[in-house]
Design a protein around this ligand. Structure first.
Ligand code: ADP
Ligand code: ASP
Ligand code: MG
Length: 472
């Protein structure tokens, strides 16, 4: 018997048929004697609809939310009717879904009247997707005779007030989880908890960031002292690259925390980058499995890397980024310019994805998301106004149309010849590498290339990975 935390993504919760499959997986595991905590995302596409509609409401578009309300109601009601047939239970479920969707419409109406969507308002609105899906799954499990309960994570995950990317307060969360959730698990109940959302100590709804249900599951798995965390998704496991970019991608059977952390940070959407943080201390095993192919062994993620014949294990890509460069001959020997630049950017809440400095100290550059680029450049120009006037700094500019490609694999730094093979491969493809940054850890290397070359670069490097032509 084990204590397991299962997380099902939106793609696994798309409609009644898929939700039935999810219920089957949960029930089978419970029937094998496991205590199972289930965390779910909103039905696929629902979070996007909620956000886009709320944004449209802020611009005064009332038609959009009236239409979205009808669509959401139809989709969830249809699923409810297919999943729950007992008349009283169906009526109760439909009433509950109605109440939540009415809430959405009321929120949008207020946003339209105010003409403004605050981060706090946005979190309240998008939280509705997971509240709806959790209720559908729990009601279906009840219909199948299981003792199941939907639970809103606003009662469990206590967070900071950073709306849209709140951070969990782990001690407070653990206390709540031990008090509310653990007794239910021990009593043989199958709790279905909403992913993605939490609440401040005052009970104001927050979210953990897009794709954050994986992180919710990591937080809850740690707080119930789960034996394992299983991320159920729509692919067989973590793969050598995004299968949508290259269909020859293969499942990686074993990865370490650090490897998967880099993969996720540098663009592999299959797992939210923060998922591993709460479970690392316990050394908990994470499995990534396919809801649509549940007997496939998937990927096992463990504390340490497995020594494999291959060094580079996966290739990821982040599109929609800009490369910002600060350059000037007068920068040599002027201390503090880089530090002040990074502080100025940090004050704007802009994340740096990759940093690189030229050895001559005449320039340094870093990559930010395209949506942050203008803000970052303006902040630097303000901060370095004096140096720019004195011409110690000649220019601060953003190069558009670039992408970050990252090669991930433990031991990249130790094994000689890996970098050489990477660059030979790219040279053969006549791909110009604009920036090279060996990750702060020894498990990754990132390259910045022109957008026009990115797809070819990924495919060439991916061939290198799967053919194992590199150092071993
Ligand atoms: P979920 O709805 O289960 O959270 P996501 O869409 O967030 O699913 O993540 C799964 C998707 O991540 C896959 O369908 C795949 O296209 C994409 N993906 C990107 N990189 C990888 C990778 N290296 N391995 C597996 N999947 C990847
Ligand atoms: N539903 C949320 C999103 O789409 C969270 C998640 O799916 O993990 O971002
Ligand atoms: Mg996801």
């Amino acid at each position: 018997m084990s204590v397991l935390t299962f997380k099902f993504g939106g793609s696994s919760m798309g409609d009644a048929r898929l939700i039935r499959g999810v219920a089957q997986i949960v029930q089978d595991s419970a029937a094998n004697g496991n205590e199972v905590l289930t965390v779910v995302s909103a039905m696929t596409g629902v979070t996007d609809t909620l956000i886009n509609t709320a944004r449209a409401a802020a611009k005064g578009n009332t038609d959009a939310y009236i239409k979205a309300t009808a669509t959401l109601r139809d989709r969830h009601h249809e699923a409810a009717r297919e999943l729950v047939h007992n008349p009283a239970a169906q009526e109760a479920l439909l009433a509950e879904l109605h109440r939540l969707i009415d809430g959405f419409q009321n929120f949008c109406r207020s946003v339209a009247i105010l003409g403004e969507l605050t981060p706090r308002g946005s979190d309240a609105i998008v939280s509705i997707g997971e509240r709806l899906s959790a209720r559908l799954l729990a009601a279906h499990l009840q219909e199948l005779g299981a003792a199941s309960l939907p639970i809103d994570a606003t009662n469990l995950i206590v967070t900071t007030g950073h709306f849209q990317s709140a951070m969990p307060l782990m001690d407070k969360t653990r206390a709540r989880v031990q008090e509310i959730l653990v007794p239910k698990l021990k009593a043989g109940i199958l709790p279905i908890v909403t992913g993605f959302i939490g609440a401040t100590e005052d009970g104001i709804t927050t979210t953990l960031g897009r794709g954050g249900s994986d992180y919710s599951a990591g937080i809850l798995a740690a707080c119930i002292d789960s034996d394992e965390l299983w991320i159920w998704t729509d692919v067989d496991g973590v793969m050598t690259t995004d299968p949508r970019l290259d269909p020859s991608a293969q499942v990686i059977p074993v990865l370490s925390y650090r490897e998967v952390g880099e993969l996720a940070f540098f663009g592999a959407k299959v797992l939210h980058p923060k998922t591993i943080l709460p479970v690392m201390e316990q050394g908990m095993t994470i499995q990534v499995r396919n809801t649509f192919n549940p007997t496939h062994p998937g990927t096992r993620i463990q504390p340490e890397p497995e020594v494999l014949g291959t060094v580079a294990k996966a290739i990821t890509i982040i599109p929609d980024v800009h490369l910002i460069t600060v350059a000037g001959r007068g920068m040599v020997g002027v201390p503090g310019i880089a530090g002040r630049t990074f502080s100025a950017v940090a004050r704007e809440n802009v994340n740096l994805l990759v940093i690189s400095q030229s050895s001559s100290e005449q320039s340094f550059c870093f990559v930010v998301r395209a949506s942050d680029s203008t803000r970052a450049v303006r902040a630097i120009q303000r901060e370095l106004a004096e140096e720019i006037k004195l011409q110690n700094v000649d220019r601060v500019w953003a190069l558009e149309e670039v992408e970050i490609i990252t090669i991930v694999g433990a031991g990249m730094r130790e094994v000689p010849g890996v970098a050489a093979r990477i660059f030979t491969t790219l040279a053969e493809e006549r791909i110009n590498v604009i920036v090279i940054a060996q990750g702060s850890s020894d498990v990754s290397m990132s390259l910045v290339v022109n957008s026009g070359d990115a797809q070819r670069a990924v495919q060439a490097l991916h061939r290198l990975v799967i053919n194992g032509k590199h150092a071993s």
